[in-house]
Write a protein that binds this ligand. Structure first.
Ligand SMILES: [Zn+2]
Ligand SMILES: [Zn+2]
Length: 297
């Protein structure tokens, strides 16, 4: 089994107490994308722009976010060369959600809070849909007693990731310029502003429903928040909809574990494995190591 990654020191922390505060940077960024997109749609919509939007959104979320950021950088579920890792992570940064360190921190703090036996409603996504959207897309959480977060040296000392962390929003510019030169303003409106908003909002939507009650095979009795699967959404979520499996087996690069759980991210990873580009691919740990799990009734 691949060794688990621990980046949170929670000795003096409590995930129940704190307040939700406005985060100007992320709020202004995502609302600028939304407003520019909405008001440009009537005069900047072409068929080619919508096709470019669909292809770029899907590719950056699948290859960049699901494989690069989530399965590789955050969970270290497979090994590959540094150049491939950096390429995947770069595509993940192009999604427009955060820099590489920010992505790991946001994920790990939420995941830690959910695995404690109680946590604040913000981490459990207990608010109604639009209120949770408002909070999660525009705000951050200020703990009364915050956990300590420490990135492993391999990531923290990487000069390329340090550069991306400082400049992540700016990496939309070269892509937007290429889009403008080929397809004019409609390609920028759909391929940059529309893509970033839809990706970030779509990511949050999947996060919202997968951390609210729903179907799933596994229960983690010690955790205050159980994860759900969203059957039928394997294609559109790049396999991330099998989130109940993911909470049970964070060490596994394969999230759709059963034959009927379609996982496009796994299909890509499996092909890369066949070509020898990735190796040591994580799978669900042995049954003898599942004392923390129960099977749902
Ligand atoms: Zn995860
Ligand atoms: Zn989760």
């Amino acid at each position: 089994m691949r060794p688990p990654v621990f980046r949170i020191d929670a000795s003096n922390a409590d995930p129940r107490y704190g307040k939700i505060v406005w985060a100007p940077g992320k709020s202004i960024w995502i609302n600028s994308c939304l407003i520019t997109f909405i008001f440009s749609i009537p005069f900047a919509t072409t068929l080619s722009a919508v096709v470019v939007f669909s292809l770029l959104t899907y590719t950056t979320l699948l290859i960049g976010h699901s494989l690069g950021a989530h399965r590789k950088l955050i969970h270290r579920t497979f090994d590959c060369s540094k150049w491939l890792e950096r390429t995947l992570v770069y595509l993940g940064v192009l999604v427009g959600m955060a820099g590489p360190f920010g992505l790991v921190r946001i994920h790990d703090i939420r995941d830690w809070a959910q695995r404690e036996n109680q946590c604040h409603d913000f981490f459990a996504h207990r608010y109604p849909f639009f209120r949770d959207a408002l909070y999660q897309l525009n705000c951050t959480f200020e703990f009364e007693q915050p956990p300590k977060f420490r990135l492993e040296d391999e990531i923290a000392a990487d000069r390329f990731y340090q550069f991306l962390e400082k400049t992540w929003i700016l990496h939309q510019l070269p892509l937007a310029l290429i889009l403008f030169l080929i397809g004019g303003w409609p390609w920028v409106v759909w391929g940059t502003f529309g893509r970033v908003f839809v990706s970030v909002f779509g990511h949050w939507t999947v996060t919202y429903f997968t951390h609210n009650p729903g179907p799933g095979t596994w229960i983690i009795p010690a955790a205050g928040v159980q994860a759900s699967n969203l059957p039928g959404l394997g294609f559109i979520t790049m396999g991330e909809c099998w989130h109940n499996n993911h909470h049970a087996f964070p060490e596994s690069a394969r999230i759709g574990i059963n034959a009927n759980e379609f996982d496009p991210g796994w299909l890509v990873l499996d092909s890369l494995h066949r070509f020898g580009l990735v190796w040591n691919v994580g799978v669900p740990r042995d049954e003898s190591l599942r004392e923390d799990l129960e099977i749902a009734a």
